[in-house]
Design a protein around this ligand. Structure first.
Ligand code: AMP
Length: 248
């Protein structure tokens, strides 16, 4: 079985994003970029499935600018076998990403497609679901545990207040949640080896996908600045304050 792992290059999770002065978006100039954290979890899970002898090949795929090669090299250094960059400088919305991934999957015929539950830049949480719908495949989203057995995969899903277990017939789509695993760091020898692993470059047009945006971003703004707190003398003063706010 092949596992396809879509990985997105996003602003690093440790970086505090700066909004552009004209409110048109987030300023990405000279900002550290990394693999979307949920996608690292997806790569890790794919590697564990392969290490357990239940998959033969892991293919990482990214849709984005030439620099997304770095993200793919990270996936290769972690343990993916080969990579595909679908190169575009346009911002690609989840529907177009899902259409490209569907085309890649039709060529590669993976048994499992393992995505992150969401990309931390746009917070869409849409691509995996759209891909499953476009392909007519079963989906197990927000995976907390993934167990491949024969021609099916059992996914424990993180739902409000607990876990839901679903069994999907392969080929299937799984999206990863935070607690699925702790991704490994790539070792230096593996980073070196990853440089020699195959990385194919394609374009959205190669797959006949029109990436023209369907949405217009009208404004992006900073969250409101938090008001400073106030120290009160004693509990009575606190209760009086709360009563004055009309919430007690
Ligand atoms: P989203 O629906 O944008 O929140 O993204 C959910 C998941 O879809 C991500 O965690 C990735 O696995 C995948 N994905 C989204 N955009 C891309 C992209 N440009 N390239 C590769 N994978 C992507």
């Amino acid at each position: 079985m092949k596992i396809l792992v879509p990985v997105k290059r996003v602003i690093d999770y440790n970086v505090k994003p700066r909004v552009k002065a004209d409110g048109s978006g987030v300023d990405l100039a000279n900002v550290k970029m990394s693999m979307n954290p949920f996608d690292e979890i997806a790569v890790e899970e794919a590697i564990r499935i392969k290490e357990a002898g239940k998959a033969e090949e892991i293919i990482a795929v990214s849709i984005g600018p030439a620099k997304a090669q770095e993200t793919l090299r990270t996936a290769l250094a972690m343990g993916a076998d080969r990579a595909i960059l679908v190169e575009t400088d346009d911002e690609v919305e989840p529907l177009a990403v899902a259409k490209i991934l569907k085309a890649v999957a039709e060529e590669e015929q993976p048994g499992l497609i393992m995505l992150g539950k969401q990309a931390i830049d746009d917070d869409s949480n849409q691509t995996g679901q759209m891909l499953a719908a476009l392909m007519g495949r079963p989906q197990g989203t927000f995976a907390n545990t993934v167990e491949v057995e024969g021609d099916s995969v059992t996914v424990k899903r993180e739902v409000d207040g607990g876990l839901q277990t679903v069994k999907l017939t392969l080929p299937a789509i799984v999206t990863t949640d935070l607690r699925l695993n702790e991704p490994r760091y790539a070792s230096l020898p593996n980073i070196m080896k990853a440089k020699k692993k195959p990385l194919d470059t394609k374009s959205p047009a190669d797959f006949g996908v029109d990436t023209a945006p369907r949405l217009t971003t009208t404004n992006v703004s900073e969250p409101p600045v938090r008001q400073a707190g106030e120290k009160v003398e004693d509990v009575d003063a606190l209760v009086a304050k709360i009563k004055a706010l009309g919430i007690a």
